[in-house]
Design a protein. Sequence first.
Length: 166
Amino acid sequence: MIEESVIKLGKEVKTNAMRILDKHKIPYEILTYECDEFIDGLHTAEKTGAPVEQSFKTLVMQGKSGQYYVFVVPIAEEVHLKNAAKIVGEKSVEMIHVKDINKITGYVRGGCTPIGMKKQYKTVIHESARNYEKVYVSGGRIGTTIVLDPIALAEVTQAEFADIIQ
């Protein structure tokens, strides 16, 4: 059972993602929800009241070359593998195994955010994010969502915007 409190002695417990946003002076909001295990993005949006179309999931994939890539896509959509591979200059990409998420990113399934992974991987955000003043992404732990400007998200993750969904 994973249960994390967002209040610790009256002070917020910051995730690595939040510390990075603070360091770059990027404004953000935090939404928290009770959750003791992984739930998908649609259920997370339901729990937090976040608009589904503005909520994005973080997917980590590995290219044929062995390099890792991060794709940030709307929670109700799937990555178009051929488009994603082409954008990052690979012949093909595939999802990493769930058991490898922590080793590769430093985050757990359901708490994986594109901000502050163990290494800076090439990151691509679906172009629809630019249509919104703010987007919702994982906050770096289960039960936490970060709300921020999509342009600021792209800047802090050194991401590009592209059409990467089916």
